[in-house]
Design a protein around this ligand. Structure first.
Ligand code: B12
Ligand code: SF4
Length: 524
């Protein structure tokens, strides 16, 4: 069969990072089939175009995966493909929770011929074989011979052939600049962020989160060796094409087992498999100084921390009382001391939030080392404990909010403010954290740091600003550049001035020496 795996676009970012599930299922497809991949974020297509593509390419089976926020688009695409007579199977967190919706068993239209519930590593080959025989069933659940749920082990993780996968659509370097940038330093002709998983599962069960329900509270890890080999493969590819590769460890809580994380990071260092990486780690796990040393020495550059709120009452309400706002500053300083920065995520519209929560949060953020704050609204995702609580309390204002997705819009009424007030708080958060003044302040506060780090923070902030204020197209970028011209001029001037001076030991060199010393201490 010719199989197409398709991920709908998210309407925000274009080609930021590919989705791991597509590469994973491609690697797990039984021999004898050809698998094509389309990520709508890199190759946007509407319903008519995808139906035409399926006909032109003589596709026999289509697999679609989507999060809740993209499900409406996923259904529209699935409908268009099914109308051509080609079978559609769906998987991922949304249809796992609401399989009846996808299969049209809830009174609505049918969108999928079959649905894979939960992790599909073991069910995908069965689906493909059944489809090839024309015997596709409606539901595939990850169960053992006795019908008991079975979570796939990650010990025999497939090798994803990164050396040969077509990643052209995920190059973040503009085409026009590729040949020039290939010659800069070790080469910047390509820059890609690649998702890699080292483990699955998180036992914490935060009320709004899908992960504990979906992946289970049993945590499973790949072997260190298989992760290290994957990083080496990615590094080799980047070197070969005179480009750069960064890794997003997509584990929900990369340090959930600190001992194991340390052992993985030590093995990465020992194998010389360091790449720049980002990972999600909860604040309570970042108390360990040795762990932070290892993060820095193994290439860790950014850590995503779900801070959610600076109000302990809010955190308790959503079962995240293990977050201690009193230690946030220390955690961030510990990271910043090693030039590792944080993406700090906050949720507004929680039950104890009142008007002014954005400014209260920002007044704390401003006292921390500069990072990348992001702001969202408490969202009841299907089948989460939060959804059930709000449903029982009759507080859902848009119980099927995914059927008409609206970015940054609440689907329930908060307790101590109105929906409109909550929306205004999010807007305030983004507007003030990413204003030209805030960006200038972030760069200035790092005056004692190497120029490279300051440029890094500045560029990352410009990109993150686009999450709330979409920056699609050249005009939008030019406007933002004009607004931030003072900071840009300052950084450029410094770069030119430093080159002119040709200092015998520039600050970047000093920082590099420091990192090397840390490395050798860890290796010892
Ligand atoms: C990486 C990631 C992202 C990336 C983007 C995705 C990317 N390019 O990879 C970033 C950081 C941008 C992101 C953002 C968001 N994310 Co996110 N993200 C993840 C994360 C951590 C990993 C995804 C992953 O690769 N998992 C590993 C793969 C192997 O698992 P999988 O995708 O589930 O695939 C398996 C099965 O589901 C199944 N499967 C999946 N698709 C298909 C398709 C077919 C045909 C079949 C047969 C099977 C199948 O098979 C796979 C193998 O077992 C997950 C949590 C998690 N651990 O999954 C959250 C998660 C997917 N994100 C989530 C959310 C809510 C968001 C945001 C909305 C958060 C926010 N408030 O802004 C945004 C939306 C972003 C946007 N604009 O698109 C939720 C989704 C819940 C839901 N019901 O939809 C999750 C589950 C986390 C959570 N806390 O609940 N995210
Ligand atoms: S710590 Fe993160 S991944 Fe784990 S349950 Fe809470 S929000 Fe979800």
């Amino acid at each position: 069969m010719r199989i197409l795996l398709y991920n709908p676009d998210n309407g925000v970012t274009r080609n930021f990072m590919p989705h791991l599930w597509m590469f994973l299922l491609q690697s797990l497809t039984p021999p004898g089939h050809e698998v094509l991949l389309i990520d709508g974020n890199a190759k946007p297509m509407d319903e008519v175009q995808i139906a035409q593509y399926v006909r032109d390419e003589k596709i026999d089976l289509v697999g679609i995966g989507a999060m809740t926020r993209m499900i409406a688009k996923a259904y529209r695409i699935a409908d268009a493909i099914r109308a051509t007579g080609v079978k559609v199977v769906m998987g991922g967190p949304h249809v796992t929770e609401l399989a009846d919706e996808a299969l049209g068993r809830d009174g609505g239209a049918r969108h999928a011929d079959a649905v894979a519930l939960g992790e599909a590593d073991e069910t995908w080959p069965k689906m493909v074989n059944d489809a090839a025989r024309g015997e596709l069933k409606e539901i595939y659940a990850p169960v053992d011979e006795t019908g008991k749920e079975r979570k796939p082990s990650l010990k025999q993780y497939p090798v994803i052939p990164w050396q040969s996968i077509d990643l052209e659509q995920f190059n973040l370097v503009p085409k026009a600049a590729t040949s020039m940038l290939q010659k800069v330093g070790e080469g910047w002709g390509t820059f890609r962020i690649i998702p890699v998983e080292s483990g699955r599962g998180c036992p914490y069960g935060c009320e709004f989160c899908t992960v504990t329900g979906f992946f289970g509270d049993s945590i499973r890890f790949r072997t260190n060796e298989s992760v290290v080999n994957e990083l080496l493969l990615l590094k080799a590819r980047a070197r070969k094409e005179k480009g750069q590769m960064a890794v997003f460890f997509i584990d929900d809580n990369f340090a959930i087992n600190v001992k194991r994380t340390k052992s993985l990071l030590r093995d990465i260092i020992a194998a010389g498999a360091q790449v720049h990486w980002v990972a999600q780690i909860s604040a309570n796990l970042l108390r360990d100084e040795e762990l932070i040393d290892l993060i820095a020495a193994s290439g860790g550059k950014w850590v995503f921390i779900g801070m959610e709120s600076i109000d302990p009452a809010n955190l308790k309400d959503v079962n995240k009382g293990f977050n201690k706002p009193g230690e946030y500053a220390q955690v961030l300083e510990r990271l910043a001391k090693r030039n590792v920065y944080a993406i700090t995520s906050f949720i507004f519209g929680m039950d104890n939030d009142t008007s002014g929560v954005a400014e209260r949060t920002l007044s704390q953020v401003r006292t921390w080392p500069p990072g990348l704050p992001i702001f969202g609204l408490l969202t009841p995702l299907p089948a989460t404990p939060l959804y059930k609580r709000l449903e029982v309390a009759g507080r859902l204002t848009r119980p099927k909010h995914w059927q008409e997705f609206i970015p940054f819009a609440m689907a329930h009424t908060p307790l101590k403010m109105s929906i409109e007030e909550a929306h205004a708080e999010v807007k305030y958060g983004w507007a003030h954290a990413y204003s030209p003044e805030a960006l200038a302040q972030a760069v200035d506060s790092l005056d004692d740091q190497p120029l490279g780090y300051r440029i890094n923070i500045f560029l990352a902030r410009l990109c993150f600003r686009g999450i709330y204020f979409p920056m699609m197209g050249k005009l939008a970028w030019m406007k933002v550049i004009a607004q931030n011209r003072r900071t840009i001029f300052k950084l450029v001037k410094e770069a030119v001035f430093r080159r002119g001076l040709q200092r015998p030991r520039d600050p970047q060199g000093v920082a590099y020496e420091k990192a090397e010393t840390q490395d050798s201490r860890i290796r010892a």
